[in-house]
Design a binder for this molecule. Structure first.
Ligand code: E4P
Length: 217
C-alpha cells in the first residue's frame, strides 16, 4: 500500500522521504491556503522532492475550465496528478483528461456509487474520505471494502486512495480492506512505528547490555 503525504508543507514531506515512507503527495485548496504560499511555487517544490504522484486540485466547477486548469497544473511536472471533485462536471473533465493520457485523482468521494462513476470515467485514483464519514457517524472503512469489491468484480484499474485518514487505526483498517494507497498527515505514519512494549523492551535490552561492558563497534 502506497503512503502519500497529505500536506503542502515542504519540511514535512522531506522528513517523510528521509524516513523512506514517501510514495507521493496529495494537496487540496485548503492545504495550499494553510501553507501561505503561491500554489505553483508549492507544487514545484513538492515535485522537486518526489517523483511519486503529486495531486494538485482544480477549483473550477465546469468541465471545460477544470480541463484548462488541470492542464496548466500538469505543466508543473510530469508527476502531477490532476485532482478533480466528484461531480458530474468533474467526471466529464476526468474522461476528457484521461483520454488525453493525463492522470486524474477524483476526490471528495463518499459513496461506492460515486467511486464506480470515477472508475468508469477512467480515473487513475479515487479518493474516498474516511474521516469525514466517521465525523458524521458513518462507516468509512465499510466504504473502502465496498469499493474494493466493485473494482475487483469488474477489473477496474482505478486505484483506491483512502483519504481523510487521521489515525494509525484507519491505516491498519484500510490496509486490511485492500486499499491501494492511503493519504494522511505525516505525523500519522510516524505513529505507526510506536508501541510501548517496543520502548520498554529496548530499555531492558540496553540496560542488560550496559552491564556486560561489551562494545560492538
Ligand atoms: C485528500 O486528498 C484530502 O486532501 C484529505 O485527505 C482531506 O482530509 P481531511 O478530511 O482531514 O481534511
Amino acid at each position: 500500500m502506497d503512503f502519500f503525504a497529505d500536506t503542502a508543507e515542504i519540511n514535512e514531506i522531506a522528513e517523510l522521504k528521509d524516513l523512506g515512507l514517501l510514495d507521493g503527495v496529495t494537496t487540496n485548496p485548503s492545504l495550499i491556503m494553510k501553507s501561505g504560499r503561491q500554489v505553483f511555487q508549492v507544487l514545484e517544490d513538492i515535485c522537486s522532492i518526489t517523483d511519486g504522484p503529486v495531486s494538485a486540485e482544480v477549483v473550477a466547477l465546469n468541465a471545460q475550465t477544470m480541463v484548462k486548469e488541470g492542464k496548466r497544473l500538469a505543466e508543473i511536472a510530469s508527476n502531477i496528478v490532476i485532482k478533480i471533485p466528484l461531480t458530474l462536471e468533474g467526471l466529464k473533465a476526468c474522461r476528457i483528461l484521461t483520454e488525453e493520457e493525463y492522470r486524474v485523482n477524483v476526490t471528495l468521494c463518499f459513496s461506492a456509487n460515486q467511486a464506480l462513476l470515477a472508475a468508469k470515467a477512467g480515473a487513475t485514483f479515487v479518493s474516498p474520505f474516511l474521516g469525514r464519514l466517521d465525523d458524521i457517524g458513518l462507516d468509512g472503512i465499510e466504504l473502502i471494502e465496498e469499493i474494493r469489491i466493485i473494482f475487483d468484480n469488474y477489473d477496474f484499474e482505478t486505484q483506491i486512495l483512502a483519504a481523510s485518514v487521521r489515525s494509525p487505526l484507519h491505516v491498519k483498517d484500510v490496509a486490511i480492506a485492500g486499499s491501494d494507497a492511503v493519504t494522511a498527515h505525516p505525523s500519522v505514519y510516524k505513529k505507526l512505528a510506536e508501541h510501548p512494549l517496543t520502548d520498554t523492551g529496548l530499555e531492558s535490552f540496553l540496560n542488560d547490555w550496559k552491564s556486560t561492558g561489551m562494545k560492538i563497534v
